[in-house]
Design a protein around this ligand. Structure first.
Ligand code: 2HA
Ligand code: ZN
Length: 271
């Protein structure tokens, strides 16, 4: 059995949440990340039969029974994850009833997973149904995307189009676009269900006046996805109050998509 703090997945998780904090996306206890692991990955670092305690899950996660997740803790600060990984994160398996988390490591101070677990697990289920390689769900509060939700139409086509228009690489990085939810109460099963539904058609889901959810096959890819959208939102916010005299035309967006062999979301370009 190896030291779990030396596990590549653990190091990558610590680096990623630290980087998210450094980017200003996760003030105080803002943000949460979940990483789906295989039993093989976990077995090298943990006795999978030694369950520390079980924690109730507030909905039926039957579709994920037996699956392993490394998840940031509720009320915990990303700022502190690096100096105290086991106090700020936990690794658990979804129990046979689908309604309990079997803790194998972490949440050392008696804590539990993020209050946004429903949105995370439901989003994992939704993404896995369209992409079996999906492993990560990431939530944070990037400043410019958040700002944009106060001044921009929340229509998904319009929101996506603006991001595509305000940085050349966007259509290549997220050709599936961005879905948007209106303001909703966070931490509930309802926002979890709504987020998961939106995750079926895009890997980015904006929560108006709150933040964003991203999904991907690994931590780097998911971080990069949010980073790219946030960059475009930043450029948009710098330009929004100024007269706009240049843009990327839809014919040019199509040229980009063709050259990089991606398929833009149906109907999102005005051609
Ligand atoms: O966990 O970001 O959405 C803190 C949050 C809630
Ligand atoms: Zn949040």
């Amino acid at each position: 059995m190896y030291n779990i703090l030396e596990a590549p997945f653990m190091k990558e998780m610590i680096d990623t949440v630290s980087n998210m904090y450094a980017h200003g996306w996760d003030e105080r206890n803002g943000g949460n990340v979940s990483l789906l692991l295989t039993e093989e990955q976990v077995r090298d670092y943990r006795d999978i039969n030694s369950v520390i305690r079980t924690i109730d899950i507030p909905f039926d996660a039957y579709a994920l029974i037996g699956k392993y997740f490394l998840v940031t803790g509720t009320g915990k600060y990303f700022k502190n994850v690096k100096s105290n990984p086991a106090g700020n994160m936990g690794l658990f398996r979804i129990g046979k009833d689908g309604k309990s988390a079997e803790l194998l490591w972490g949440y050392d101070d008696g804590g539990r997973f993020t209050s946004e677990l429903p949105a995370h697990l439901m989003s994992h289920i939704a993404r896995l149904s369209v992409d079996p390689d999906n492993r990560v769900v990431m939530h944070c509060h990037p400043t410019n995307l958040l700002a944009m939700t106060y001044i921009h139409d929340l229509d998904e086509k319009k929101f996506t189009h603006t991001l595509w228009e305000f940085s050349t690489e966007c259509i290549v990085v997220f050709p599936d676009g961005v879905n948007v939810l209106p303001w909703m109460l966070c931490g509930t099963n309802e926002i979890g269900e709504a987020t998961a539904e939106k995750m079926k058609t895009a890997r980015l889901v904006v929560w108006a006046a709150h933040g964003i959810y991203g999904a991907g096959k690994d931590l780097d890819e998911t971080f990069g996805l949010i980073e790219t959208a946030e960059k475009a939102a930043e450029v948009y916010m710098k330009c929004a109050a100024l007269p706009k005299i240049n843009t990327i035309k839809d014919t040019e967006l199509k040229e980009l998509a063709d050259f990089f062999k991606v398929t833009p979301r149906e109907g999102f370009l005005n051609l």
